[in-house]
Each structure stands twice: as C-alpha cells, then as structure tokens.
Design a protein around this ligand. Sequence first.
Ligand code: ADP
Ligand code: MG
Length: 309
Amino acid sequence: MIEVKNLTKCYGKHLAVDNLSFTVEKGQIYGFLGPNGAGKSTTMNIMTGYLGATKGEVLIDGHDILKEPEEAKQCIGYLPEQPPLYLEMTVMEYLRFAAELKKIPKEDMEIQIEKAMRLTRLSDVRGRLISNLSKGYKQRVGLAQAILGFPEIIILDEPTVGLDPKQIIEIRELIRKLAKEHTVILSSHILAEIREVCDYILIIARGKLVASDTPENLENSMSGTGHIEIEVRREQKEVERVLDRIDQVKRVEYTLLEDGTVRAQIEAKGSGDIRERIFHAFADQKMPLLTLKLNKSTLEEIFLELTQK
Ligand code: ADP
Ligand code: MG
C-alpha cells in the first residue's frame, strides 16, 4: 500500500530523516511514535507530497509521490500538524473549497461533505466562521477535510495535540471508526496515545526507525531487557557471593529493605530465563528466597531506552 525506501531529508546541514524504510499494509492503524524533533512531521510531509526528500522514494499504491503526484495524492487524506484552515470561511464554505481542490465530482460533493461533517460531528456548526470555533472544533474541521473524498489512506499528524480529554476520546473513536474502511497512520509523541489506538507501532528517534512491530511483539521481544527480582533475609555480602558464581548474571543492584532483608535486581546476559538457575543456587546454600520474580520491561521502558540511547 505504502512503501517508503531509504528516505532521507536534510534541512541544510541538519539531518532530520535518516535513511528511513518501512511499508504500510492495508486496513490497519499505524502509529508513528517518537519524541519531539524525531522527524515524524517531516516524514509525513514527504509521504503526502508536501515536501521533497533529499534522497529515497515514497510509493503510494505503486505511484511515486514525486513523479505521479496526482495519482498518489488521490489515495491520501492528510491532516498536517498545522492544518491550513481559512479562518474567514464558514465550515461549510471551507469543506466545499477543500472538496473542489480534491476534485470531488460535483454530484458527490454535498453527500460527501454531509458524511464527513456527520462523522466529525460538525453538522451543527456548519454555518459558523472557522475563526470563532474552539481548538477542538478547528481540529475536527481539519479532520473532516482529511477524510473528504474518503481516500484509502488517512494520515494524521498529532491529531489530539491541544485537545481536552473528552475531545481526545472523541477523536480516538473517530479514528477507530475510520480504520474499519481505511488505512490510518497517525503520529504522536505520547506512548499511551499510540498504544491505545494502533495495531502497529513505528518508533522513530533522531530521524531513524529504531523499532517497528505490534505493541504485543514489542513488549515480548524486549522482555530480555527485563530483570529478575529476589529477596533474601541475609547479609548483602552473602547474597553477592551466591550471585557472583552464576555466569549468566550480568549486573545486580542491591537494596537493603527496612525489615533487614536484601532485595537484588538482577540483569541477565542474553534473553534466557535464569530464574531456575537462581533458585537452585540459593537452595544449594540453604538460603530461602522470600521473593523470586521476573519483572518484564514495560512498553514505556522500551520506548525510553530506544529513544534516549
Ligand atoms: P517531529 O514531528 O517528530 O517533532 P520534525 O519532523 O518536525 O519532528 O523535525 C525533525 C527535525 O528537523 C527537528 O530537529 C526540527 O527542528 C528540524 N526541522 C523541522 N522542520 C525544519 C525546517 N523547515 N527547517 C529546518 N529544520 C527543520
Ligand atoms: Mg511533528
């Protein structure tokens, strides 16, 4: 559906997007996740033909966005980070204007505008000037514009930024509804947001793709970065002596708890599960373990680790 190959973008000397490659399949919700400045908007602007790339290519349904922009753009609806709204137009005037730009046939235009307004709940404010609308409503006008023409792919850059919690929930519901018939790509710097709605996550940091998978697979594949926690009612030195003899132990952090027990957070080498090895090592020394558990990395920890390196 979308193929991005070796995409690179320099602003002067600044490398904003660094050799990015990925593909997007039909019918899923994709999330671009990355801290501010990661290159999300730049990538989306290139994918939608608003910005030229320094290197690389973007194919939309087989059409090169630069060489065949008409065909490629037909497949895409885009809500940029700062939607180009005409403040002196009413909602209806603006949507008609957007529909004309998208070359939606006259006979379909009114039906499509009604449908887009219904989905984004704008019908009641159709006659209002855009300049008089709240931030949440302005965002909905941008969204209505993006879905006009009901293109196969809908790309939304930080669609919930600046909205209140109720509006955020409404936009999320709308995104899920759209995803039933469209491929949706959205960006956010907030993990919770992406996890909530996306089937597939692309994590971007400093212009590079650092991970891409389903939320579940990301969590599972990184579980090796989790740690094992044990508690023993002994002196720290005794615990150290046992752990030092286990090859697979990479690093240990000790905490002395109030009741005099020692808690050790153990990082293992590789991704194997060494809980049994630890159990036997302590059992051999007749040192009962009060606690033995595996703390898996959360998606939060994975995200931080990947984007701060
Ligand atoms: P994101 O959307 O992930 O926050 P952007 O794509 O907006 O990231 O920006 C990526 C990097 O490129 C940032 O370091 C930003 O400062 C820089 N950048 C973005 N737009 C321009 C521009 N027009 N000129 C120069 N630098 C830019
Ligand atoms: Mg951005």
